[in-house]
Design a protein. Structure first.
Lengths: 249, 161
């Protein structure tokens, strides 16, 4: 197996699936400004997915381009974390999911800027600039909602309780991660976790929210074992290419 | 073979589809033009990863070249070095403001939570009494502001570094 290809697929699928989830808000935002903000973030994520999957296709060398990788793989071949495929829920849930992800993505891209792989480093430099805006946006909303009204606090705390069990998987490490880390290509997820935890503690405490104390954590996404939700996402995402193979517009 | 400065001149006809007042050179999207023995090679770079204007810009360049009789060319899309708002030309900044979009100002650290947004003067009445409505505006590269004095809502081309 080509480790770099696999790694790029993981990063690319996180962006693709979360970008798709955010795009589901198009026309449904609670206020116009947030509708625009969420679709902007969606666009950035899908743009990052394009760059990552395009490069994955080149590394693989079998002639697959970013569109083929995005639209024509089967569910087991998607390697995104389970967190990003979880349903949007209410606005607070979407912001909480985004925050937990952005707080991981920012230190990850900061580390990948120094990747020994030139193209991955270039993608990280580009993506990091965008991720800073995303983190600021999602963190500010988590604080506003948590330290907000009684109802907003209760709802966003419930969201945190529901999706906290998907956060450990962000730091899933296997032989692929280890091999690339040794080559200086990837990032040390233990260090990323320290940075993530610091941001999470700081923002959640300002938001007067509590990290749930249940210890159970899910994983499987990085190995292609997904929750039921991914199937529905792929049905929508892939419909056009499956129904009209090779179509373009 | 066509001359290099002639190609640069030609490419000044290509504007950003979202901000038609700016050419791709003004914006800093057009990075390089090379003339080899076989072909013209144009290098462009996106503002944001997902900038949907890039495909249109590539198509516009292709159409222009074909119209001008340049048959052999490549358009390269590069990510590195990453585009920053510093690459926007001074002329571009003036044009942007005249068009009603506030040009980018240096921002200190955009990752500070609840930081005061930068003071942006209104492109209509020049008042500095403006407020940020949303960090995300009509396109990925813009934020949404409103002037408290003349009440004009306007776009701010946000600083990206």
């Amino acid at each position: 197996m080509n480790s770099l290809f696999e790694y790029l697929i993981r990063l690319g699928d996180d962006s693709l699936i979360l970008g798709h989830r955010m795009s589901e808000w198009c026309g449904h935002g609670p206020i116009l400004e947030e509708d625009i903000a969420m679709t902007n973030i969606s666009l950035d994520l899908i743009g990052q997915a394009t760059n990552l999957l395009k490069y994955a296709g080149e590394v693989e060398g079998k002639g697959r381009d970013e569109d083929e990788l995005a639209f024509l793989r089967f569910d087991r071949d998607y390697k995104n974390v389970l967190l990003v495929e979880q349903p949007n829920g209410d606005f607070g849930m979407t912001m909480m999911r985004q925050f937990l992800f952005d707080a991981y993505r920012k230190p990850l891209f900061e580390a990948l800027v120094n990747s020994s792989d030139e193209q991955l480093s270039a993608i990280a430099v580009k993506s990091l600039k965008e991720t800073k805006y995303h983190l600021k946006h999602s963190a500010e909303w988590v604080i506003r909602l948590g330290d907000g009204t009684e109802e907003s606090k209760q709802r966003v705390q419930e969201s945190l309780d529901t999706i906290w069990r998907y956060t450990d998987e962000l730091f899933f490490t296997d032989d692929i991660e280890k091999e690339l880390l040794e080559n200086g290509m990837s990032a040390d997820l233990e260090e990323i976790k320290v940075a993530w935890m610091e941001t999470v503690n700081q923002v959640l405490s300002e938001a007067t929210l509590n990290i749930p104390d249940h210890g159970w954590q899910h994983d499987g996404g990085r190995r292609g074992m997904h929750s039921e939700h991914l199937g529905y996402i792929l049905a929508e995402l892939q419909y056009m290419q499956r129904a009209y193979p090779g179509m373009e517009w | 073979m066509v001359k290099k400065n002639k190609v640069w001149e030609l490419l000044d006809q290509i504007s950003d589809p979202e901000i038609p007042v700016l050419t791709i050179r003004d914006l800093g999207i057009l990075r390089d033009v090379e003339i080899t023995e076989e072909k013209v090679v144009v290098t462009i770079t996106p503002t944001y990863s997902g900038c949907p204007a890039m495909t249109t810009i590539e198509d516009d360049i292709s159409a222009l070249f074909i119209k001008e009789g340049i048959q052999d060319f490549d358009i390269n899309l590069v990510l590195s070095p990453a585009w920053t708002t510093d690459w926007m030309s001074e002329e571009g900044r003036v044009k942007l403001r005249e068009y009603g979009i506030a040009p980018p100002e240096n921002e200190i650290d955009k990752s500070v939570l609840f930081a005061e947004p930068p003071v942006i003067s209104c492109p209509k009445c020049n008042s500095e009494d403006t407020r940020m409505v949303s960090q995300f505006g009509s396109t990925a590269c813009k934020a949404h502001y409103q002037c408290n004095k003349c009440l004009e809502p306007f776009d701010y081309f946000k600083c990206l570094k």
